[in-house]
Write a new protein. Structure first.
Length: 383
């Protein structure tokens, strides 16, 4: 695993805007095209195998929680638990998720967390970095990329089309967030390519009809199937959340993703699969761990409210999360590189699951050990 300097296309901003990547320069320099991470085929296989195994372990962990009923310690109430059990028992359609992994190309990948409910950087990983690779010359002219995300999404949506027939698949997100909107619109476009009838509306525009208990769009059409780029824990806290159980809407992602994306599940995984090479020790009790420890809220987005002790210093991010509780995970430092300006950066592998299998990856890097919303996206290739 190497970070190498490459030549950026002189018109890369125009090229990215042309494919709909409108936030390539959010915060100034989000998309990085003057470097890439280089892997060999064996390293890619290691990431793929670890991703598939971790996903299956998470599914086993869900079954364990359902069997034991240990929801309270995970910050999940009875209403949410009922939705989780129903969706898991019925194996409701699951589209995608992203593992954040620590991988240096030598040692086994280590799991940081599973973004299984509302993962972003999808468009970057699926489309933007693939277009970047097609434009490469020189040593990367014959390189490949671990990236079948788009094709796998088409396949999954195609299977869904056979299931829902003539029903419309609605898509909803917070439209004011350009990243969420682009991700959702991209998925809507893939669904259309797969033959589904679709419609988009802002998450705040969803209505509720009291006379029949149905959720509706702005045309008063019943929403039978809904992809929502909106966290389940937020959804259940909304005034309409109380109506979800009886509304009859099938949600994508399904309610059991509330459990998969709960970082408290890291402690459950360690309980079930302790000493697995892809896991880090984790517990709901900080006293059970020794050495440097990372403290994470059960639910959070983009690295908010995470703190860690490292070399005698405390690193922390702020935010509004943590009311449900915290999980503690042994610290595994990210691999360190130097960017083109000679500054230290840390890289995390985002390995994508589409359906129930590994589909591709992307690389985000940051100037600190906590990857957060200011992270940069750097493409990858393997030779």
């Amino acid at each position: 695993m190497k970070r190498i300097a490459v030549t950026a296309r002189p018109d890369w901003q125009e090229q990215m805007a042309r494919i709909g990547f409108d936030y390539h320069s959010i915060d100034g320099n989000y998309w990085q095209e003057d470097a890439c991470y280089l892997f060999n085929e064996k390293q890619i296989t290691i990431i793929e195998d670890a991703t598939n195994e971790l996903h299956q372990m998470y599914l086993q962990a869900i079954a364990h929680v359902i069997k034991t009923g240990d929801y309270a310690m995970l910050g999940i109430n009875d209403d949410a638990a009922a939705l989780i059990e129903s969706s898991f028992r019925n194996q409701q359609f699951s589209l995608y998720g992203r593992f954040d992994l620590c991988f240096d190309g030598i040692n086994p990948p280590k799991l940081y967390e599973y973004n299984a409910d509302t993962p972003t950087s999808l468009f970057e990983a699926s489309v933007a970095q693939w277009y970047w690779l097609q434009a490469q010359t020189g040593m990367l002219a014959d390189a490949d990329q671990f990236n079948s995300i788009h094709e796998r999404l088409l396949l999954e949506f195609g299977q869904l089309a056979h299931t829902i027939g003539n029903h419309t698949l609605h898509f909803a997100a917070v439209s004011a967030s350009v990243e969420d909107l682009t991700t959702t619109r991209y998925l809507q476009d893939v669904a259309i390519q797969a033959g589904l009838g679709t419609d988009y509306l802002d998450i705040g525009a969803i209505g509720y009809r009291s006379h029949d208990g149905k959720f509706t769009d702005t045309k008063d059409t019943i929403i039978t199937h809904l992809f929502k780029l909106y966290p389940w824990e937020w959804l259940l806290d909304e005034p309409f959340g109380q109506y979800i159980t009886h509304a009859g809407t099938q949600f994508i992602e399904p309610a059991y993703k509330l459990l998969l994306s709960n970082k408290a599940m890291l402690a459950v995984l360690w309980q079930l699969f302790g000493n697995h090479p892809n896991l880090l020790p984790a517990s709901l009790d900080a006293k059970q761990l020794t050495g440097n420890v990372v403290k994470k809220p059960f639910f959070s987005r983009e690295g908010a409210n995470v703190s860690l002790q490292h070399n005698g210093s405390l690193l922390a991010t702020d935010g509004q999360y943590g009311k449900e509780g915290y999980v503690y995970q042994a610290m595994q430092p990210l691999p360190k590189f130097h960017n083109n300006q000679g500054k230290e950066v840390y890289a995390v592998v985002g390995s994508w699951v589409v359906g129930h299998g590994a589909a591709g990856m992307g690389i985000r890097e940051d100037s600190t050990l906590i990857t957060k919303d200011t992270s940069l996206f750097v493409p990858h290739a393997f030779i």
